[in-house]
Design a protein around this ligand. Structure first.
Ligand code: KG4
Ligand code: ZN
Length: 339
């Protein structure tokens, strides 16, 4: 047996089937099979996602082991996403992980997907430096928008969260209104690069405390585009880049305002971002700009570790392995799993 254990991470909470091998906090392989099938539906179709996971899980895990240069018998533990996510999707990864841990007679480690996003910051090659506790993490994905106070690896408090849509959903729904494919976040990001963020103004929600709301913005965008399209059927086509830049700026403004408020209220100057929306170039730039005023220290994950991946699950698994925090095979998956 190697001096440092090899741990396999499996992620299947939404529409990506992913597997990764970690050793001593370094990622040896990180394999992801995306699912193009949802593109034209404007969102993930749960039934189709589960079926695709079934097809992908064996080849993805085999490839992750191959790229890591190990055979299954060298694994010391299997970590998997227990939730939150789509139940049918979670069941594929969890059942596979449980079977493999039984077959190999190695410990099973359950991981909370949202904690995984945050713990990706501790992967050895994740970026430059690692945050120190406590720090704040803005966790923004297709299903979640949370400001999390991270007191320790597995001691996290939600200071604020969305009361309706998630930030990723705001991107995806705005994209759908404009006729873009799912997921629209990366497309809006791309078109926004050549657009004018000041061209269109959308009203921002007024929500108490550190919570967020994005459903009003979605309705505002829908009515605005419907109205303009009545006057000019080519409105979206002619203004796509400016629309994308303006929508992106509004979403990022909303996100940043509460994050800064949380930092001030909690007197915490270390700010991190995580989750699919943290791949967004505007939010990354805004955080980098904060670093320049020296009041803040910011932590921006490597691009590969922003959207769903199994490296983050393997990382969380490694940290739990060190704590000997193992799971029972009888533990069910949890669709709504609090952080
Ligand atoms: O974390 P993630 O991969 O899956 C969930 O756990 O939900 O996040 C997916 C979300 C989608 O809503 C997608 O549109 C958004 O992240 N996203 C982006 C970008 N890349 C992915 N949103 C804005 N800009 C991006 N570059
Ligand atoms: Zn995610």
């Amino acid at each position: 047996m190697s001096a440092f254990p090899y741990i396999l991470g499996i992620e299947s909470s939404c529409d990506d089937t992913a597997a990764a091998v970690i050793q001593n906090h370094k990622i040896l392989s990180n394999v992801i099979a995306g699912q193009k099938i949802h593109q034209s539906y404007g969102g993930v179709v749960p039934e189709l996602a589960s079926r695709a996971h079934q097809q992908n899980i064996v080849p993805v895990v085999s490839e992750a082991l191959k790229q890591a240069g190990i055979n299954p018998k060298q694994l010391s533990a299997i970590a998997y996403t227990r939730g939150p996510g789509l139940m049918g999707s979670l069941l594929v990864g969890s059942s596979f992980a449980k079977s493999l841990s039984m077959a190999l007679n190695v410990p099973l480690i359950e991981v909370n997907h949202m904690q995984g996003h945050i713990l990706a910051h501790f992967i050895e090659d994740a970026g430059n430096k690692k945050p120190r506790f406590p720090f704040l993490c803005l966790t923004v994905s297709g299903g979640h928008t949370q400001i999390v106070k991270v007191n320790n690896y597995f001691d996290m408090e939600i200071l604020g969260e969305t009361i309706d849509d998630a930030a990723g959903e705001a991107f995806d729904k705005a994209g759908k209104i404009m006729g873009l494919d799912y997921p629209s976040g990366p497309l809006i990001d791309k078109f926004a690069k050549e657009g004018n963020p000041e061209k269109f103004h959308f009203s921002k929600p007024k929500v108490d405390g550190l919570n967020y709301s994005f459903s009003g913005l979605k309705t505002g965008i829908l009515y605005f585009i419907q109205n303009e399209t009545k006057k000019n059927p080519e409105f979206v086509k002619e203004n796509l880049k400016d629309l994308c830049a303006s929508i992106q700026k509004t979403i990022v403004d909303i996100l940043m305002e509460k994050l800064l408020k949380a930092a001030e209220q909690n007197n915490i100057s270390q700010l991190a971002i995580a989750g699919g929306v943290s791949a967004n170039s505007e939010i990354r730039n805004r955080l980098k700009a904060l670093q320049e005023n020296e009041k803040f220290e910011v932590f921006i994950p490597k691009f590969t570790y922003t959207t769903d991946n199994a490296a983050m699950i393997a990382m969380a698994g490694q940290l739990k392995f060190e704590l000997r925090n193992f799971s029972e095979i009888t533990e069910p998956t949890i669709a709504k799993y609090p952080i």
